[in-house]
Ligand binder design. Structure first.
Ligand SMILES: [Zn+2]
Length: 66
């Protein structure tokens, strides 16, 4: 699943075993490679740093709403 989309979107694919592969989409913010076991075109991939940042931002937004 996701293999054809990844090929079409020119996402790097790394084979880790005969039946499994890792996808290397780019972080939507900084363009760093993100390792993922599946690829979904509609998903926003973020590197570890930006994931953290988004998590903090979400937390802040929740607090702001209270
Ligand atoms: Zn990033």
């Amino acid at each position: 699943m996701g293999y054809r989309e990844a090929v079409e979107d020119q996402i790097k694919i790394k084979r880790i075993s005969p039946h499994e592969q890792m996808y290397l989409p780019l972080c939507a913010v900084c363009g760093a490679e993100v390792t993922s076991l599946s690829y979904n075109r509609t998903f926003l991939y973020l590197c570890i740093e930006h994931k953290k940042l988004r998590y903090q931002l979400k937390k802040q937004m929740k607090i702001g709403r209270l």
